[in-house]
Design a protein around this ligand. Structure first.
Ligand code: NAD
Ligand code: UGA
Length: 467
């Protein structure tokens, strides 16, 4: 294989990973030209918008970087063919959702977008190209990519194309993506072509300490990404399961988390109880792990990991049931306010947000829902909920969106904090207690509200994991 000095990068997929990751690489490597391509014209138009508030993704620190590098060495385009042909290295950063039908439905990854990238690369690349899996993929996907690329290139006569395939999974979390990319805990590069690995190391080492750049074989790299997400999600299900026990026994989950997390072998991060994890990846990646375990005949291992998802679903259901119970077992026609619709704070992403399932539970009860979120638009809420409304024949509940948090709360019977946005920790509870219908309830699933202020008012208060 050849040593490549990467000067031109193409990233296929301008989503939550492709956009921020390429923005940071462009910022750190001004001599490298980067083209981010996507088949979604609207998304590309938003990335190219003059108004930086219109970028398709909200991430703290992102617009400042885009402002520095866009149209200097970072470009967004739909011209996939052209930019694949110019690239020395191509990142595949497309979506890999769970299959909704067919073999492995509900568990296996749908690799149709990855496969179509491999075919485009085989067709349009020129010379030697490093192909980098950035998407999260089932272990041994690189084999599929290799086979598609190699078989397609062999069939075109007189072709002198060559390829190296690397796995370079992304560990950024939304809401902290820029900081995670600038200060990663590690960068993982899997592959069997040392020249290609070195070429990629040379890019990351411009800002990441070499000791944090790990190289492994392809399969370890692919699997490590799934396992990292499974371990993180498992911690959340563990603490959420204990939150229920705290409520039953009079213990306080914050105190238990602190006491347990101070053990250095356990660590204090990712021990916040809440309404269950959301986001586009945890559930999908665990389901994928479960599918792989079953595929390799490891049913007991598959069952172990599946429980992480069962606890997550259970946590949401038990919080919903508890809220209905506190509101006298009936929320038909009552005003329920959901504070927060994104799956976590500091992102506008709503994929798999606990707020979606919670909304559905309350709509089924016939509640009048009002939704507030500082970054999620009414249109986005509508995309997540409108199909659901159509689905139920004798629909009774309805939802509305309100961008002013105090207006949203007027005449509410119950206020449920579902996302840990900072502004919800600073709410004026005295003012709110005069806006709600009595007896008003506050349900804090994130433990961020100012409990002492609430307790000075006539509001009733419940928070997760507090007995
Ligand atoms: P996304 O849906 O936001 O973006 C993917 C983009 O790829 C879409 O805009 C889509 O139009 C585009 N696309 C699909 N096929 C294409 C093709 N053939 N040509 C051009 N464009 C194409 O997805 P995402 O959240 O950025 O996730 C991408 C991958 O990264 C997934 O595998 C995910 O598991 C993984 N990941 C995501 C995160 C995260 O925080 N969102 C973090 C780490 C890893
Ligand atoms: C997660 C991982 O943290 C990233 O390392 C990974 O790259 C990414 O998935 C991915 O592969 O997509 P993300 O889903 O963006 O990142 O955000 P997290 O901070 O992990 O939060 C996930 C969910 O867990 C959120 O709903 C959050 O509110 C919840 N959570 C998190 C808790 O309920 N408690 C906690 O202590 C931490």
């Amino acid at each position: 294989m050849l040593k490549v000095d990467i000067k031109n990068i193409c990233c296929i997929g301008a989503g939550y990973v492709g956009g921020p990751t390429m923005a940071v690489i462009a910022d750190k490597c001004p001599d490298i030209k980067i083209n981010v391509v996507d088949l979604n014209e609207l998304r590309i138009a938003s990335w190219n918008s003059n108004d930086l508030e219109d970028l398709p993704i909200y991430e703290p620190g992102l617009k400042e970087i885009i402002n520095r590098v866009r149209n200097k060495n970072l470009f967004f385009s739909t011209d996939t063919e052209r930019y694949i042909s110019e690239a020395d290295a191509i990142f595949i950063s497309v979506n890999t959702p769970i299959k909704v039908s067919g073999l492995g439905a509900g568990q296996a990854s749908n690799l149709c977008w990855v496969e179509s990238c491999a075919r485009q690369i085989a067709r349009d690349a020129k010379g030697h190209t490093i192909v980098i899996e950035k998407s999260t993929l089932p272990v041994r996907t690189a084999e599929i990519i290799k086979e598609i690329i190699i078989s397609s290139t062999n069939s075109s006569e007189g072709d002198s194309k060559t390829f190296s395939i690397l796995s370079n999974p992304e560990f950024l979390a939304e809401g902290t993506a820029i900081d995670d990319l600038i200060n990663p805990d590690r960068v993982l590069i899997g592959g069997d072509d040392n020249f290609a690995i070195q070429s990629l190391i040379e890019i990351y080492s411009r800002w990441v300490d070499r000791k944090k750049i790990l190289s492994t074989n392809l399969w370890s790299s692919e699997l490590s990404k799934l396992v990292a997400n499974a371990f993180l999600a498992q911690r959340i299900s563990s603490i959420n399961s204990i939150s229920a026990l705290c409520e039953a026994t009079g213990a306080d989950i914050s105190e238990v988390s602190r006491a347990v997390g101070l053990d250095q072998r356990i660590g204090s991060k990712f021990l916040n109880a809440g309404p269950g994890f959301g986001g586009s990846c945890f559930k999908k990646d665990i389901l994928n792990l479960v599918y792989l375990c079953n595929f390799f005949g490891l049913k007991t291992v598959a069952d172990f990991w599946e429980q992480v998802i069962s606890i997550n679903d259970w946590q949401q259901k038990r919080i919903y049931e508890l809220i209905v119970h506190k509101l006298f077992g009936n929320i038909y026609g009552k005003k329920i306010v959901l504070l927060g619709f994104s799956f976590k704070a500091n992102t506008n992403d709503t994929r798999e947000s606990p707020s979606i399932q919670m909304s559905k539970y309350f709509l089924d009860e016939g509640a009048n829902l009002t939704i507030h979120d500082p970054r999620v638009s009414r249109d986005q809420v509508s995309k997540e909920l409108c199909n659901y409304r159509k689905k139920i024949g004798n629909f009774r509940g309805y939802w509305d969106f309100e961008s002013d948090v105090y207006k949203s709360i007027e005449n509410a019977d119950g206020i449920i904090i579902l996302t840990e946005w900072e502004e919800y920790s600073k709410l004026d509870w005295k003012k709110i207690s005069n806006l709600v219908r009595k007896p008003g309830w506050v349900f804090d699933t994130r433990k961020i509200a100012d409990k002492d202020s609430i307790k000075k008012t006539s509001l009733n208060y419940w928070s997760v994991g507090e007995g």
